[in-house]
Design a binder for this molecule. Structure first.
Ligand code: NAP
Length: 301
């Protein structure tokens, strides 16, 4: 069997085309969606990620606010910046690029973002929402994976899903999202003994470990769907995932390439969450307007 390719670039392009109509609709109501991206320090990889997000915003008609703070910015100043953005009605999404410099406590910063603008979905409120199956903003990478899975036409209910990697930003939310869809989910991590014993049972295998070549064909069930979240730069500069793509594609039914699989979807889902936030804010404003309009009638009555 040779796997069909799950084309994240193509899906991402289709989704972004659909965004145009929503941006136009918001513009008709006098709203331009806005995303603030805060970068503390000058980590080169982070600069590239932030640049990609800002560029994607421009392409989709979303206004971006790029806030670059020096590496020695005190935590209090970062929190004050977030407070200002929380109060700014032109900003519908706030993202703080991780990792942060060591003197800044990531949780303190993430919890300072308004839950109404937490488009990365990392605030504890949104994480809790994932646990009970009702989150405002699903975290972007797992959200993108979910849509990629949908393109295969597979109903995940009852399927054995194995997630390799248990980070707060990919593995854990991924597992929770698929549990919500009634999959039987196993999470593996660096301390898992005999990884292959788990992966071989997966109808759907999702790998987010950051270890090139971790998943080889012997670890994959014939006909499995394989989603490779990993992004690794080899010494020769080549970008690869965590899965031995050439080998595993001969066993899987569907597989994502790296690059061109999950990567493009992450930024697209960030824009999706920002649009959703702007639409929510507009609905809330209209509800307020309605109440203000109705209030005199009630008082007079
Ligand atoms: P992370 O925070 O480093 O977490 C890696 C996870 O993988 C940890 O849970 C770790 O286990 C587990 N792990 C490490 N080695 C393992 C092994 N040999 N066997 C089984 N599990 C192992 O990384 P992350 O932020 O989740 O990112 C994971 C990968 O996805 C990276 O390559 C990253 O670049 C990529 N990524 C891609 C996107 C995208 O848009 N495509 C977005 C985010 C991340 P422990 O918990 O036991 O340490």
């Amino acid at each position: 069997m040779t796997a069909q390719i799950i084309d994240g670039k193509a899906l991402s392009k289709r989704l972004r085309e659909g965004f145009r109509e929503r941006v136009d609709h918001l513009a008709d109501q006098g709203v331009q969606p806005g995303l603030a991206v805060i970068l503390v320090g000058d980590n080169p990889a982070s600069r590239v990620y932030v640049g990609n997000k800002v560029k994607a915003c421009e392409e989709c008609g979303v206004r971006s606010f790029h806030i670059a703070l020096p590496v020695d910015t005190p935590q209090a100043e970062v929190l004050a910046t977030i407070a200002r953005l929380n109060a700014d009605p032109a900003v519908h999404g706030i993202l703080i690029q991780l990792p942060l410099p060591p003197h800044i406590e990531p949780r303190a910063v993430l919890e300072a973002i308004s839950v109404h603008k937490d488009v990365d979905g990392f605030h504890l409120y949104n994480v809790g929402g994932l646990v009970v199956g009702n989150t405002i903003f699903p975290p972007c990478t797992p959200y993108g994976v979910q849509l990629l899975l949908d393109t295969t036409g597979t109903d995940v209910a009852g399927k054995n899903v194995v997630v390799v990697g248990a980070s707060n930003i990919v593995g854990k939310p991924m597992a929770l999202m698929l549990l919500q869809r009634e999959a039987t989910v196993t999470i593996c991590h660096a301390r898992t003994r005999d990884l292959a014993q788990h992966t071989i049972l997966a109808d759907i295998l999702i790998v987010a470990a950051g270890k090139p070549g971790l998943i080889v064909p012997q670890m994959v069930k014939e006909g499995a769907i394989v989603i490779d979240v990993g992004i690794n730069r080899l010494p020769d500069g080549k970008i690869v995932g965590d899965v031995d793509f050439d080998g595993v594609k001969e066993k899987a039914s569907w597989i994502t390439p790296v690059p061109g699989g999950v990567g493009p979807m992450t930024v697209t889902m960030l824009i999706e969450n920002t649009l959703r936030s702007a639409e929510r804010a507009l609905r809330m404003r209209q509800a307020d307007d309605f109440q203000e309009w109705e209030a005199p009638t009630l008082k007079n009555g």
